[in-house]
Design a protein around this ligand. Structure first.
Ligand SMILES: Cc1cc2nc3c(=O)[nH]c(=O)nc-3n(C[C@H](O)[C@H](O)[C@H](O)COP(=O)(O)O)c2cc1C
Length: 173
């Protein structure tokens, strides 16, 4: 898929077919994620792929932002202790979440190119998800990505605002 088609064609999908996503697809998405850039090449991220119905159900109960019933969820996690060791406070508080977002966008675009639907979810109970995923001390979930075969793609896309400035804020050509 051409890159502009992927960027502009992707939508947040919240309704999924009752059809599993093959492991090969999910592994490809994580491969796409780890090819994202990371601050200082820290690569302090971890990805937990969840496809078990019971585990999905448990995650859903502590994630108000997780809509629909995706057959898979990828939890993008960060080892904040490693991030702090490598980049100090800036590494843990800024670079780590930014890196997670970079990885997330790669997942979204790779999924869209494969015909899969995704949605980023930030509205979830961090401690509860960390407990459910049995994350070791110091590793925290940053974003959840729901993944599945789209039942419905929301159209038209939300309008994008005009936010381009030249030279200075408010500057025009
Ligand atoms: C950081 C972040 C957090 C988000 N959290 C949620 C969420 O908790 N639940 C949800 O349904 N959508 C969530 N979204 C998806 C946005 O609502 C969606 O990207 C936005 O409405 C634009 O629509 P589009 O993705 O189809 O272009 C989130 C997106 C981002 C980038």
């Amino acid at each position: 898929m051409e890159v502009w088609e992927a960027i502009k064609g992707r939508r947040s999908v919240r309704l999924f077919l009752d059809r599993p996503v093959e492991r090969e697809h999910l592994e490809k998405l994580v491969e796409a994620a780890i090819w994202a850039p990371s601050g200082g090449n820290a690569q302090t991220w971890h990805f937990v792929v969840v496809t078990g119905p019971e585990q999905l159900r448990r995650i859903k109960t502590v994630s108000p932002g997780l809509l629909g019933d995706p057959p898979a969820v990828i939890a993008i996690c960060q080892d904040l202790e490693e991030a702090r060791r490598k980049g100090g406070e800036l590494g843990a508080s800024f670079l780590a979440p930014v890196d997670a977002a970079m990885a997330a966008q790669n997942i979204l675009l790779a999924a869209h190119a494969a015909g899969l639907g995704t949605c980023v979810i930030a509205s979830f109970h961090r401690e509860a998800v960390a407990r459910l995923l049995e994350l070791p001390e110091g590793i925290e979930p940053i974003l959840l990505i729901s993944v599945g075969w789209p039942k419905e793609v929301p159209l038209p896309p939300p309008r994008r605002k005009d936010v381009l400035h030249y030279e200075v804020y408010g500057g025009q050509v």
